[in-house]
Design a protein around this ligand. Structure first.
Ligand SMILES: NC(=O)c1ccc[n+]([C@@H]2O[C@H](COP(=O)([O-])OP(=O)(O)OC[C@H]3O[C@@H](n4cnc5c(N)ncnc54)[C@H](OP(=O)(O)O)[C@@H]3O)[C@@H](O)[C@H]2O)c1
Length: 291
């Protein structure tokens, strides 16, 4: 057998295994063509074995340096994914990536800047290859009554939380279409579903994400790409560090703030559930039941 032919069959097998892991192919481990080619060309098993396991799936996490994004990164790293963590503070993103293992990379990116996003995706694709998963956990809040909110604070929240997610989804979908599949989870907020006094602009940015994610889910479903959302309540991160927890937790049926790793479990569930798309999963200790 020509060396080149064996290499071709390897790529087909790898692609087949990747597709099976994402739930696109039922049964045997690769598509029929791959299996037939694999059986014909790779038996008897040589040493070292030529039947390859699929390479790790690549997941890009915006806002992966700390808080909820970091918790998602930790869980995905434990499950064997290869990660690209993006945030404005490269040093912190690098520290987080290093803490997860040598195969994970950090990138500096401001999601409110389109060119920055495009360049970051080019770098990620060059270093890690195809992107299977995207998590949008980058977000900011500038809480205050509307009458006291400056226009620049409105713009920065909308640009980071809403436009930023639209732009990263656009770049990721372009890549996912080429490889016939993928999954996206956008982090919204319970405030985007229920509203909250003093958070009208933040709420608008997160409510916008619901319409965006559901519409995109419809748009890309035929390309085997799923789009879901997680809407957290109060979670212990830098974003909530200044809040009066003792007072606020009285309104939460489970009686406490959530932890980032508890949100991460919901994110990973949606990333890995092959028949769920267009869903908004609330992770709030029951807060939504009372507001
Ligand atoms: N914590 C909560 O209670 C809660 C509740 C509901 C929803 N959420 C949402 O969950 C997501 C994560 O929040 P968190 O609590 O984990 O916040 P966090 O601890 O403050 O982390 C925010 C992350 O977003 C990144 N980020 C912020 N602005 C960015 C920008 N322009 N470009 C790229 N990265 C940016 C930060 O890194 P850099 O600063 O280095 O850029 C950081 O990695 C946000 O969308 C937030 O709205 C949080």
């Amino acid at each position: 057998i020509e060396k080149e032919t064996v290499n071709v069959s390897h790529s087909l097998l790898e692609a087949g295994l990747r597709r099976r892991r994402r739930g696109y192919v039922r049964g045997g481990g690769a598509c029929c063509t791959c299996l037939l080619l694999g059986r014909a060309l790779l038996a008897p098993p040589p040493s070292p074995p030529l039947l390859l396991s699929a390479p790790p799936e690549v997941c890009v996490i915006f806002g992966g340096s700390r808080g909820i994004g970091q918790a998602v990164a930790q869980l995905l790293a434990q499950k064997g994914y290869r990660l690209a963590l993006a945030a404005r503070n490269l040093e912190l993103a690098q520290t987080t990536a290093n803490s997860l293992g040598a195969s994970h990379l950090a990138f500096s990116c401001d999601v409110s800047k389109e060119e920055n996003i495009q360049n970051t995706f080019k770098e990620i694709e060059k270093s890690l290859g195809h992107i299977s998963y995207l998590v949008n956990a980058a977000g900011i809040n500038r809480d205050g009554l509307l009458l006291r909110t400056k226009a620049e604070d409105m713009v920065s929240q909308l640009h980071t939380n809403l436009l930023g997610t639209m732009l990263t989804c656009k770049a990721a979908v372009k890549n996912m279409i080429q490889q016939e599949g993928g999954a996206i989870v956008n982090i919204g907020s319970i405030v985007g579903l229920k509203g909250n006094s003093g958070q009208s602009v933040y709420s608008a940015s997160k409510a916008g994400l619901v319409g965006f994610s559901r519409s995109l889910a419809k748009e890309v479903a035929r390309k085997n790409i799923r789009v879901n959302m997680v809407a957290p309540g109060f979670i212990h991160t830098d974003m909530t560090a200044h809040l009066k927890e003792e007072e606020l937790k009285k309104a939460i049926p489970l009686g406490r703030f959530g932890e980032p790793h508890e949100v991460a479990r919901a994110v990973v569930f949606l990333l890995e559930s092959p028949y769920v798309t267009g869903h908004v999963l609330v992770v709030d200790g029951g807060l939504q039941l009372l507001i």
